[in-house]
Design a protein around this ligand. Structure first.
Ligand code: THU
Length: 156
């Protein structure tokens, strides 16, 4: 029998079109790119999360002289938030990146390892995490991590 999984997302052409809360979170992710340490890739990724009580936290990618030791913005942020507030659900996460000083033209989508950790965070929080992927001329809003990883590992 043939089966079909359909993923859905919304697309916007500028930050001003986004609902206010999402626009604010994306601004924080863009601001977070300032703290990127990326002398090797020159790709400055910023991520911001809003937790259920409204607080916002942000982080950026950190590279290392020993390449594999570097860490993406999303996992740097999630591991901090989950270890500091283990019982506070995450409501939304925004991601943006700059090449040099310029915001990328197309959305930066999280890597596979980060998506898995985003899914773990969503499962721990017990409610969907909204994902806002920002860029200069396109913004994608995905309503759940499940739409980023429809065939996920699930051994719970
Ligand atoms: N990077 C992130 O921070 N998040 C992603 O989802 C993909 C890649 C970082 C890792 C590295 O510092 C740089 O971007 C280039 O891959």
């Amino acid at each position: 029998m043939k089966k079909k999984k359909v993923i859905s997302y919304q697309e916007y052409s500028s930050i001003s079109e986004l609902p206010e809360k999402e626009a604010l979170l994306l601004q924080e992710a863009i601001a977070a790119t300032d703290a990127s340490y990326s002398p090797y890739s020159k790709f400055r990724v910023g991520a911001a999360v809003r937790v259920s009580d409204g607080r916002i936290f942000k982080a950026a990618n950190q590279e290392s002289e020993a390449f594999p030791s570097g860490m993406c913005a999303e996992r740097s942020l999630l591991y901090y938030v989950l270890s500091t507030f283990p019982d506070v659900p995450i409501e939304a996460m925004a991601i943006a990146a700059k090449k040099g000083r310029k915001l990328t033209e197309t959305p930066t989508r999280p890597c596979g390892a980060c998506i898995q950790v985003m899914l773990d965070a969503q499962n721990r929080g017990g409610k969907p995490i909204k994902i806002i992927l920002g860029a200069a001329s396109k913004i994608e809003v995905i309503s759940s991590v499940n739409d980023l990883i429809p065939f996920s590992f699930d051994n719970l």
